[in-house]
Design a binder for this molecule. Structure first.
Ligand code: SF4
Length: 428
């Protein structure tokens, strides 16, 4: 029986919520025509933050949650007993325009289960984007999920209309993919990513060479992204980061999203019954950031003995604790690449510090003014006023101190102070 539009929206917006890769950062060249960004809550509207702090709203939907595939971790898999629904492309276009005109959204994130064939499904997704752009001159943001086995010509057309394209790799190794998503093939997924990367590269080249008089037609100006599920298998963080690094390098992805596995109703027994701690996902994002912007190699952030990231400490602090011999770093002399390795110092703080130290020598108060996280940074640096590190770097309780815990040594210190001060007070 055909469901009404509102019911379909409820089913297909809910079905889309497992996809984390919907941030709409990085698009260029188009602005919303109706002023500010709405913040009204509604079915299927997700809020994402761009790196410049802008909050954007996307209508996040599946075209359908019917699927021919049987990926065990997915609530929409063929064997799952969930309510199914299916939009027509025209319905998605209508919903997007309605929501956009009411200023609920700035764009559309559209994914789909695979129906009939990968080509058929991809054609339906492309049709939504093409209709929005061509028939309605829609200038909002569009993120399309790409169907890996689809004809490269369809993937290339998707790049013409969408700001961002993404293909979810989901699992970090071919073995895990074969075990949990037998219909998928890592080679095919990566082939589709290569098609997208070529389209992006060719477009950039045309822009650089200024070959087209009016400028070449855009191709996925916000790049491509993917998602890796964390905790569905026993893959370590080292394995996940290694997979992410390979993807960044080979396909120049704009982002890899890490999504903590959430158990789904009636999930197969091969899957864990509980989610991994959310902080694991957070640590992976931090590690990813260190690799992309702080000059770390992913392999530095874990060890063969501890292939998972420390859940209590951020990856940079954990790395610094393992490499105390490289510290303390003199904030008045160290090069940028070394300053970037100091816990508690962000890239912006480092750049401000480098500019400021040309005029005066940096003291602890200057670091505080530069928004350096002093509790984490001070044990690892020396400053002009002698705050320094060397005294505490070798302290056996440094980890506990960085965690903000009172330690035995602190308590001994307190007892000693009490022992000294109390008699003095009594004597006074
Ligand atoms: S192809 Fe996508 S929608 Fe279908 S079962 Fe796999 S993950 Fe789910």
């Amino acid at each position: 029986m055909e469901l009404d539009l509102e019911k379909k929206l409820a089913v297909l917006a809910d079905a889309a919520k497992y996809d984390a890769s919907c941030a709409s950062s990085g698009s260029k060249g188009r602005r919303a025509t109706a002023g500010g960004v709405g913040s009204t809550e509604g079915m299927g509207i997700c809020h994402s933050y761009t790196p410049d702090g802008r909050c954007v709203s996307l209508l996040k939907l599946l075209l359908t949650n019917y699927c021919l595939y049987d990926c065990l971790y997915c609530v929409n898999r063929r064997s799952s007993d969930v309510e199914r629904a299916r939009f027509t492309p025209e319905e998605v276009v209508r919903l997007t325009l309605d929501f956009y005109r009411r200023n609920y959204i700035e764009g559309l994130f559209l994914s789909s289960g695979i129906v009939r064939s990968p080509d058929y499904t991809m054609e339906q997704l492309v049709r939504v984007a093409r209709t929005l752009r061509v028939a309605h001159d829609f200038q909002g943001y569009i993120h399309l999920k790409t169907i890996p086995h689809a004809d490269p010509a369809l993937v290339a057309e998707a790049g013409r209309w969408a700001d961002r394209l993404s293909i979810n790799v989901e699992l970090p190794t071919p073995e895990a993919l074969a075990a949990l998503a037998p219909d998928k093939d890592l080679g095919v997924i990566r082939g589709a990513m290569t098609t997208i990367r070529r389209g992006i590269d060719e477009h950039r080249e045309l822009v650089t060479l200024k070959r087209a008089p009016k400028g070449p037609a855009p191709f996925a100006p916000a790049g491509q992204s993917t998602q890796l599920i964390v905790g569905a298998t026993d893959a370590s963080d080292a394995t996940i980061l290694d997979a992410a690094t390979t993807l960044y390098g080979a396909h120049r992805l704009r982002r890899v999203y890490y999504s903590a596995f959430s158990p789904i109703p009636d999930s197969p027994s091969v899957l864990p019954s509980v989610s991994p701690p959310l902080v694991r996902e957070h640590r992976l994002y931090q590690a990813d950031w260190l690799v992309r912007f702080y000059g770390f190699d992913a392999r530095e952030l874990t060890t063969p003995q501890a292939p998972n990231l420390d859940l209590e400490l951020d990856p940079k602090t954990a790395w610094a604790l393992r490499h105390r011999a490289l510290f303390p770093v003199d904030v008045n002399a160290a090069p940028r690449e070394l300053l970037l390795r100091v816990p508690g110092m962000g890239a912006k703080s480092v750049d401000r510090l480098l500019a400021a130290r040309r005029w005066r020598r940096m003291r602890v108060a200057d670091l505080a003014a530069l928004r350096v996280a002093l509790r984490r940074a001070l044990p690892f640096v020396v400053t002009a006023d002698g705050a320094g590190a060397s005294r505490v770097l070798d302290a056996p309780d440094l980890r506990a101190r960085l965690l903000g815990r009172r330690t035995q040594l602190d308590l001994v210190g307190v007892h000693l102070r009490v022992a000294v001060i109390a008699p003095a007070l009594r004597a006074g």
